[in-house]
Design a protein. Structure first.
Length: 245
């Protein structure tokens, strides 16, 4: 399987990679920070997983196509059956303070990058035979609350995530009949990561119902990957029990 957007190791991407690796998958890790990516891969391999890091300069068609080619060269005998696009660019600023560069980066990662990743994923799935679930592959997009509603500081971020959600729905409708499962996960709430400790109160971090656990999100992604052709989920939303919504 392929995970794009692994981050620094304490978030959704790394947790997803760990769970799938522990479930018997070979995991290709994609991110822009080569140093942290190697650290995550080394840690997972030390725990018995089979992973490899594939750093990218940017989430463009050129770079994503190149990295998928590298993955196939690294594991020529392995089939790509699951891909997760967890990369994202968050911009949280008043509209008049949001720069053109920030808007462009949100579009480049959340929409253009997602298009490029989806294209290579679907091309990898199309030539495969259906598996025991009656499908060729599963493509999962990590979304956000901003994908379904904007807010006062999310003009650029919400535009990008709306585009990602629309892309996922379009692909689910186009390729479902080809037994390619496309799903979109709305992450509605803060995620408890290593970085959270820098700005979240100790009381909230200690509350198991106050924030999303990356490991729990990963379990939902594995559930999606295991769904059979008789019941594909396009969209699910995940939030902690005490989240206001």
């Amino acid at each position: 399987m392929v995970v794009a957007g692994v981050g620094v190791g304490g978030g959704t991407g790394a947790a997803t990679a760990k769970l799938f690796a522990n479930s018997g998958y070979r995991v290709a890790l994609i991110a822009r920070n080569a140093e942290s990516l190697k650290s995550v891969s080394d840690s997972l391999n030390a725990d018995g997983g089979k992973t490899a890091p594939f750093p990218v300069e940017a989430y463009t068609q050129k770079h994503i196509k190149s990295v998928f080619s590298s993955i196939k060269q690294t594991w020529p005998d392995a089939e790509i059956r699951v891909t997760v696009f967890n990369a994202g660019k968050g911009v949280f600023k008043p509209f008049l303070e949001t720069t053109e560069e920030e808007i462009q980066e949100s579009v480049d990662v959340n929409i253009v990058g997602a298009f490029a990743f989806a294209r290579e994923s679907i091309l990898a799935f199309q030539d495969l035979q259906t598996d025991d679930q009656g499908k060729k592959g599963t493509l999962i997009f990590t979304g956000a609350t901003a994908a379904i509603r904007g807010n006062v500081l999310t003009s650029a971020f919400s535009a990008g995530k709306h585009g990602l959600r629309a892309l996922s729905q379009s692909l689910a409708k186009e390729f479902g009949k080809q037994r390619i499962h496309v799903a979109h996960a709305i992450i509605d709430g803060g995620i408890k990561t290593d970085q959270s400790k820098n700005y979240i109160s100790a009381e909230r971090l200690a509350n198991p119902a106050g924030m999303l656990g990356p490991e729990s999100i990963a379990k939902a992604y594995l559930y999606l990957a295991k769904q059979d052709q008789s019941a594909f989920t396009w969209e699910l939303d995940l939030r902690p029990a005490e989240e206001k919504w």
